[in-house]
Write a protein of this length. Structure first.
Length: 423
């Protein structure tokens, strides 16, 4: 057995150890004595946990015990990854006989979601220490829960039940919260959200998040869609835990919940009870998805990140403008260049590509489409199915979008108005 296998990881021991030391030295430099004391206690706990881990290994022939980390620091992963784990258990993709014990990250993005997962899963804060001790010993991977990514490529959501539920007291609180926000009981409402950098910069300031700027969009482009929803009898709720700016509207059916009355509890309740959700690539979209609410996804970038969790989901992507040639990239060119997977702002800048977010008219058209589809009043144009077919024909068989069992439809009006993207 080579020394590199001691930690049960294919990465060389010296490389892993170097990263480990570098990370902790950085913590000590930044925090000083409090960090030293905290890390000393953590190390002692890990050493004391080693006998327990050895016992776990010994009972493996009788009962497999696994430790699982919940990605609770980011609400999108906290919701979607955890729900997909339960969907995998329901469908036999996880070992249903294993005894899985979970633990949260040190920072929790939404405490109501934590409460609901804590009563759905076996959660123990000491599992974190046991997990770290387990990973120090060779052969520990068998005792780690293989958590899925946040993409439902196997189409599990439409085939499984919702795993989270509200208690009767929580449901009463939720109805009261809606009334306080100005929504009469029984009235339909839609949630919408535009991603900006404000949330991550406030909640996780230790890291620069500007490399994600390509995902941002202006909430003001959503206002015409919100006004259309109000005309159709819906209330429109602007979501967000931390946002860069308020929205300006005089319509009483459009509520800037993000800046007035927002709470961890209502974030989950509104996402669970909305008629549908309009949003982009921000993590909050995962909350309505775990409750199987329909999704109208806008400003999707990169293209490979478009995905569907339900059969009613539709989307439109951002467009890519080549500055030097003063034209848009076609879908074929996006795929050929690899831009369908670019996940760093610098990649677009170096290529001389400007990211064009969806216009207010494009978001409005998609909102009308999902409304009419859900209400059973959608009248497609004769060309719509042909245009959908042309879009999917561009994609190679092994492209991430092609691997989805449930594939989202591209907004009909978006394709009608952007035929040159299909060339």
């Amino acid at each position: 057995m080579s020394a590199n296998m001691v930690l049960g990881n294919s990465r060389p021991l010296e490389g892993r150890f170097g990263c480990y030391v570098k990370r902790h030295l950085e913590d000590l430099r930044r925090e000083g004595l409090p960090a030293l004391l905290r890390k000393s206690c953590e190390f002692l706990l890990i050493v004391l946990s080693l006998p327990v881990v050895l016992l776990v290994r010994m009972v493996r022939p009788v009962k497999l015990i696994r430790f699982g980390a919940l990605h609770s620091e980011r609400i999108g992963h906290f919701a979607a990854n955890t729900e997909l784990y339960l969907c995998e258990r329901d469908t036999g993709r996880q070992d249903s006989l294993a005894f899985d014990v979970f633990f949260h990250a040190k920072r929790v993005s939404n405490h109501q979601l934590k409460i609901m997962w804590d009563r759905t899963l076996k959660v123990c804060k000491y599992a974190r220490v046991l997990d770290r001790a387990n990973r120090l010993l060779w052969g520990g991977q068998s005792h780690v829960v293989p958590m899925p990514r946040d993409w439902d490529i196997h189409g599990l959501f439409p085939r499984t039940k919702v795993h989270l539920c509200f208690t009767s007291e929580e449901d009463r609180r939720g109805r009261e919260g809606l009334r306080k926000l100005g929504i009469p009981e029984g009235m339909p409402f839609v949630c919408f959200h535009a991603r900006d950098r404000a949330y991550l910069e406030k909640m996780l300031p230790i890291k620069s998040w500007r490399y994600h700027d390509y995902r941002d969009s202006s909430v003001h482009n959503y206002i015409p869609a919100a006004e259309e929803l109000a005309r159709r009898g819906y209330y429109a709720m602007r979501m967000g835990a931390v946002v860069s700016e308020k929205i300006v509207t005089t319509d009483p059916r459009i509520i800037d919940y993000a800046t007035n009355g927002r709470s961890d509890f209502l974030d989950i309740y509104l996402g669970a009870k909305c008629n549908f959700f309009i949003g982009d690539t921000a993590g909050i979209f995962a909350v309505p998805k775990v409750f199987r609410r329909p999704m109208a996804a806008v400003n999707i970038v990169p293209l490979a990140h478009a995905s569907a969790f339900g059969r009613a989901d539709i989307f439109i992507p951002k467009k890519l403008w080549v500055r030097g040639e003063k034209r848009l990239l076609t879908f074929r060119e996006i795929l050929a260049s690899g831009a369908d997977r670019w996940n760093h702002t610098e990649m677009y800048m170096q290529a001389g590509v400007e990211i064009i977010e969806n216009t207010a008219d494009e978001i409005l058209a998609l909102t009308r489409e999902i409304c009419e589809r859900l209400e059973g009043r959608w009248n497609p144009h004769e060309c719509d199915d042909e245009l959908q077919g042309r879009f999917w024909a561009v994609l190679p068989p092994r492209h991430p979008l092609m691997l989805n069992v449930v594939r989202p439809r591209v907004g009909a009006e978006f394709l009608r108005q952007n035929l040159r993207l299909l060339d």
